[in-house]
Design a protein around this ligand. Sequence first.
Ligand code: C5P
Length: 220
Amino acid sequence: AAPQPLAGKHVLITAGPTHEPIDPVRYIANRSSGKQGFAIAAAAQAAGASVTLIAGPVELRDPQGVRVIRVEAARDMLAAVEAALPADIAIFAAAVADWRVAEQGGQKLKKDGNGVPPLQLVENPDILATIAQRQHGRPPLVIGFAAETEHLIDHATAKLQRKRCDWIVANDVSPATGVMGGDRNTVHLLIRDGDQIRQEAWPLMAKDEVATALVQRIAD
Ligand code: C5P
């Protein structure tokens, strides 16, 4: 049988985008495919973990043997994460919308001849920061992602400090990389080590391989 280094561990993973409703038929979204988070869920399951995957709207099938909870908006994702705790390891790979529409209409917005509707945005909860800063029941290992189009390491380091997670998987999502929606990824792993931050540059790999390598690092 395959080695099961994560046997007995509960791994909680968020993946995909969120959809923030504008009215009953429209929403704000982003280009996250969910592929990297789903690959991590499959790899953690293969390593023997009990896995809960909380997924925004994506066109991917449930990985085998993984408990999948499908949600739409950021606030639903946070509620699902809190309901799924406790966890030994939490990995926040979702591309959560930073903002939602302040007042979501109960009816479809109409072109009524009075100009364009003003869309007032308000901030969504930061799920990673909320869980990483919990006083009670914080998972012992909290891992965030940083998708950046410039100053990758600086921005990822700032994120690690500000959100107070333990590791950050940083990836360059500039359009030229093809990472968003694609099957490959080049990541840097930032690891908090006391007051220091250690940094590993990983080569270009398939998202499945990034997932396996990350699960291996967790097991180590
Ligand atoms: O700040 P930024 O969105 O770039 O941070 C990325 C990390 O924070 C990812 O791990 C993402 O899943 C998480 N995040 C979150 N909730 C938010 C925004 C980001 O969990 N509202």
